[in-house]
Design a protein around this ligand. Structure first.
Ligand SMILES: C[S@@+](CC[C@H](N)C(=O)[O-])C[C@H]1O[C@@H](n2cnc3c(N)ncnc32)[C@H](O)[C@@H]1O
Length: 404
């Protein structure tokens, strides 16, 4: 049974000492997660995961961080002073799990430490293999319900890549959401006002369910809507939600993205929605003022087709099908990123999973800042389109965007 005690306000130094005492107690420490940024402080990484590992009979602390491209891992000695310094280095959220519970520290804007406790038995896993610490327990019933794990809770061989993709997506989603909450771009979710997520083109909803389960497991109340054109997907996914007893917080609708009845979201997700369905998803997110977008594009036929008519000298390039295709992908996603930026978002483009698992591994991540577009950004967009003789589908779907 989970027991959450009321939030307690403490001096950060005292809260950190308590967290350190759990982390260096290598007989009971399970894992720690450092994320978010304290006001006016910079952190070296978006998120750090720490867990104990046994190496040649000695317990070390394995620290992993992800720079948006690769995860780097190093093993360090369990040194209280060094851990204390790390906790003080600017992270706003510190979660420490141990074998009988957890302590969660949030440093507020005014610099206080809000501390809460949880009482729950957990097991230590000291395996030192090259595998990453998993965010999702393979035995989580949702994984067998969606067909990634078998009925014994083992990941199916045929679904290893999907499982990995889901994990990598969560590794990106969670710190991005936490950072947006800490920066005030998303209102801190509560049970009364949960974080709303709309997944556009959700298909079998592996990622939709994973986002729901994982964000809830780290204490974020969520309400998730999955949109897919296929009625069979809607029915299957709603049945799974019902089987898992979570159908009050995750629901599915059979709708075209372009005419979805979903009205708004804090977070809009579209992963591998086909061709211009990705543009429909971005246009929906911008129009409905989503705070955060995580968009992994799929195939890019729209601009590739238009490149057949591009003026010279581009014929030297477009005559090679392979290069035309690659350049078409790059042009499409660069212009999407530029339009999103013009619409008042801070945008970055990252890889969210190694290319060996899927070639479709580009992710456009955007956070709404409402910054006014710079004239140079609009000019660049216009010049690229003019030089190539193209009009991206996304531009046509955003008629009110002021691009001159
Ligand atoms: C490649 S699947 C990706 C599924 C899921 N997002 C994932 O990453 O596992 C693309 C999904 O988008 C849906 N889709 C494509 N175009 C759509 C549209 N215009 N409106 C709604 N759904 C669409 C398809 O039915 C399909 O289920």
């Amino acid at each position: 049974m989970k027991l959450h005690s009321a939030l307690m306000s403490k001096l950060p130094a005292d809260a950190f000492s308590e967290a350190v005492s759990h982390i260096v107690d290598t007989g009971t420490f399970v894992r720690a997660v450092l994320s978010g940024r304290r006001r006016n402080m910079q952190t070296e990484f978006e998120r750090i995961d720490i867990r104990p590992v046994s190496i040649k009979g000695e317990i070390k602390l394995q620290m992993s961080h992800n720079d948006g491209r690769v995860t780097t891992t190093k093993n360090i000695d369990s040194n209280p002073q060094a851990i204390h310094e790390l906790l003080e280095s600017g992270y706003a959220n510190i979660l420490v799990e141990h074998t009988s519970g957890a302590v969660s520290i949030r440093i507020t804007k005014s610099g206080d430490a809000l501390v809460s406790y949880e009482s729950k038995a957990r097991e230590q896993n000291l395996d030192h293999d090259k595998k990453k610490h998993r965010l999702l327990e393979p035995a989580d019933p949702f994984l067998s319900e969606v067909g990634i794990a078998d009925h014994k809770g083992m990941i199916k061989a045929s679904k290893q890549d999907k499982y990995l993709q889901v994990e990598e997506f969560l590794r990106l989603l969670a710190p991005t959401v936490e950072a947006a909450i800490n920066a005030g771009q998303i209102t801190r979710p509560s049970n009364a006002k949960p974080l709303t997520i709309v997944d556009l083109g959700c298909g079998h909803a592996y990622l939709t369910f994973a986002a729901h389960q994982y964000l809830r497991s780290i204490g974020l109340p969520v309400h998730v809507i999955g949109i897919d054109i296929r009625t069979a997907s809607r029915d299957r996914n709603n049945q799974i939600a019902h089987n898992l007893g979570i159908n009050d917080t995750i629901t599915f609708r059979a709708e075209e993205i372009a005419s979805t009845t979903a009205e708004a979201a804090d977070v809009a997700i579209a992963l591998h929605a086909c061709d211009t369905a990705t543009d429909d998803a971005i246009a929906w997110a911008i129009t409905s003022k989503a705070k955060l977008m995580l968009i992994a594009p799929c195939c890019h036929h729209d601009i590739q087709r238009q490149m057949n008519e591009s003026p010279e000298p581009w014929g030297a390039l477009t005559k090679f099908g392979l290069l035309k295709e690659r350049l078409g992908d790059l042009l499409t996603d660069s212009l999407r990123a530029q339009l999103i930026r013009i619409a008042g978002y801070r945008v970055d483009v990252i890889e969210f999973i190694g290319g060996e698992h899927t070639p479709r591994n580009t992710m456009i991540r955007a956070v709404k800042t409402d910054a006014k577009p710079e004239a140079i950004d609009i000019q660049r967009y216009r010049d690229i389109c003019a030089q190539w003789g193209i009009t991206p589908a996304l531009e046509k779907k955003l008629p009110t965007l002021n691009i001159g």
